[in-house]
Design a protein around this ligand. Structure first.
Ligand SMILES: [Zn+2]
Length: 136
């Protein structure tokens, strides 16, 4: 495995189940048992009703591009080697939005509403980073 030069996620007690799901190449979302709301990123309480009765569910890993921007210039270590790269919000079928990268396609051909699916990059023995790629 090549050295991963980008910042690694800070794994907290609240986010650990999410990152463990990523290691299994499964994108988990939280669902509130009290009100049914789903959420991402991981939190200790429900953002809709403040209940702490939260469960983890596997998502389909499928969604659509909600919004995006293409970065053509940066000097940031780890990022400059991948120019141009896409920063995007993806809306999963489960209704939550994910701040992510779109990989594996031509950034010039990306459009809002395009279907995408999750892919995982195993960056070291403990961390796999979810990203999304165009479908079809
Ligand atoms: Zn709730």
């Amino acid at each position: 495995m090549a050295e991963y030069a980008k910042p690694l996620p800070e794994i907290t007690a609240e986010s650990r189940p999410f990152w463990e799901g990523c290691k299994r190449h499964q994108f988990l979302v939280q669902r509130c048992r009290a009100c049914g709301a789903r959420q991402h990123y991981p939190r200790g309480i429900c953002a809709a009703c403040w209940s702490d009765d939260i469960e983890w569910l596997p998502s389909s890993g499928r969604g659509t591009v909600y919004s995006f921007t293409v970065t053509y210039r940066t000097q940031a270590r780890g990022f400059r080697d991948e120019l141009p790269y896409v920063l995007a919000y993806v809306e999963l079928e489960e209704g939550v939005q994910v701040l992510t990268n779109i990989v594996g396609g031509d950034p010039e051909k990306l459009v809002i509403g395009m279907p995408v699916r999750v892919v995982f990059e195993d960056v070291n023995a403990d961390v796999s980073i979810p990203r999304f790629t165009p479908v079809g």
